[in-house]
Design a protein around this ligand. Structure first.
Ligand SMILES: [Zn+2]
Length: 99
């Protein structure tokens, strides 16, 4: 009787392992899908933060543009270094008009 135990145990282990492998597949599919979502989110963020904005080659250029805007009454703009294109963009701070 005891001689059959190892093989029964080996079968259980094999079954358990194949179950785990299936879980790995499901996990991998899920992580691939959320990775695709991440890419889409990243693309949208980039579109909003970079591609849809005017680009300035340097901080001075961006500050000049802000000064020009302020001459026309457009306040609350600030410049930031873009992590995507390494240029500079302007962003408006709605909260800075509150006070
Ligand atoms: Zn950019």
């Amino acid at each position: 009787m005891s001689s059959r135990k190892p093989s029964a145990r080996a079968k259980r282990v094999a079954a358990f392992r194949s179950k785990l492998a299936g879980a790995d597949d499901a996990f991998e599919r899920e992580s691939k899908r959320s990775h695709a979502l991440d890419i889409e989110r990243e693309r949208a963020r980039r579109e909003k933060a970079c591609a849809s904005k005017r680009r300035y080659p340097s901080r001075d250029d961006a500050l000049d543009a802000i000064a020009a805007c302020e001459e026309h009454g457009r306040r609350g703009l600030s410049a930031y270094r873009c992590p995507y294109c390494n240029g500079w963009h302007l962003t408006s701070h709605p909260w800075s008009n509150a006070t």
